[in-house]
Design a protein around this ligand. Structure first.
Ligand code: ATP
Ligand code: MG
Length: 250
């Protein structure tokens, strides 16, 4: 399954993308996590220490575009995740991480080349049955203006119980639908109590797939720069999320 995680800035996209990766691993999947945020944080949440050593996906451009000229190896082979060149991936216990590329300087231009590479990768990579790709997208509606995510199986829109987040979530849902994404799910985050969830679902006009509770431990681990993969109860909710996705994507 190819899953993209999106939502308004700060709603917990990276947190939930990381927890989802952890739950998929727990369920026996091989996981490729892609941090597509121009200011990448996913590596830390997943417990990778050497995140700055990975070569950003953007630098795969030559590898991918040269094939247009000549029937070269990468596209034509129906590449699998295992074929990805090592320098572009960090690997740990069945988990691979790729980073789209940080914006290196102010006014450094748009991230279009990176987005093109990402779109090609997503459409050409062939997944085996127990393989998953989880993409932590840039905040807001931007990625949906670029059709980057048209090649994915499902979009998870992270939403918190406040109006700004809900408005953005609805906007994203519409754009994803217009792009032809078949499966669009809302995932609630930072839910304190039943009232939060009732408010959120009412304003959203839809039910969420799962809801993650507010968790001091998640916030604490983030502050310490630690992996969040083993924090309960979020870990349990993430397992439920995988099970529900499996049901919907069968
Ligand atoms: N369920 C939760 N309970 C408590 N804190 C949370 C929860 N989810 C996320 N947080 C905290 O909220 C902050 C933002 O989370 P995160 O970085 O995952 O958001 P994001 O949507 O990826 O942000 P950005 O738009 O900057 O990429 C972090 O400090 C994180 O620890
Ligand atoms: Mg993030």
């Amino acid at each position: 399954m190819k899953i993209a995680v999106c939502g308004k800035g700060g709603v917990g996209k990276s947190t939930i993308a990381a927890l989802l990766c952890g739950a998929l691993l727990e369920k026996g999947y091989k996981v490729l996590a892609i941090d597509a945020d121009p200011s990448p944080h996913l590596a830390r949440l997943l417990g990778f220490k050497e995140a700055d050593k990975v070569t950003p996906i953007a630098e795969m451009k030559d590898l991918l575009t040269a094939r247009a000229e000549k029937d070269g190896p990468f596209y034509s082979l129906n590449p699998k995740v295992d074929d990805l060149p090592e320098k572009f991936t960090l690997v740990k216990n069945g988990l691979k991480l790729m980073v789209l590329g940080a914006v290196k300087e102010a006014g450094g231009g748009c991230a279009c080349p990176e987005q093109t590479v990402l779109r090609r990768l997503l459409s050409f990579l062939l997944l085996q049955s127990k393989e998953a790709i989880v993409i932590d997208l840039e905040a807001g509606v931007e990625p949906f203006g670029r059709a980057t995510i048209s090649a994915i199986d499902a979009v998870l829109i992270v939403v918190q119980p406040y109006r700004g987040s809900i408005e953005t979530a609805k906007q994203i849902a519409k754009m994803a639908k217009d792009l032809g994404v078949k499966k669009i799910f809302f995932v609630a985050n930072n839910i304190e109590d039943k009232e939060d969830l009732i408010f959120l679902e009412k304003e959203l006009g839809a039910q969420v797939l799962v809801h993650f509770p507010a968790s001091q431990e998640l916030a604490r681990a983030e502050r310490k720069g630690q992996s969040i993969l083993d924090i309960e109860p979020p870990k349990k909710v993430a397992i439920k999320l995988v099970e529900r996705l499996e049901n919907h994507l069968k």
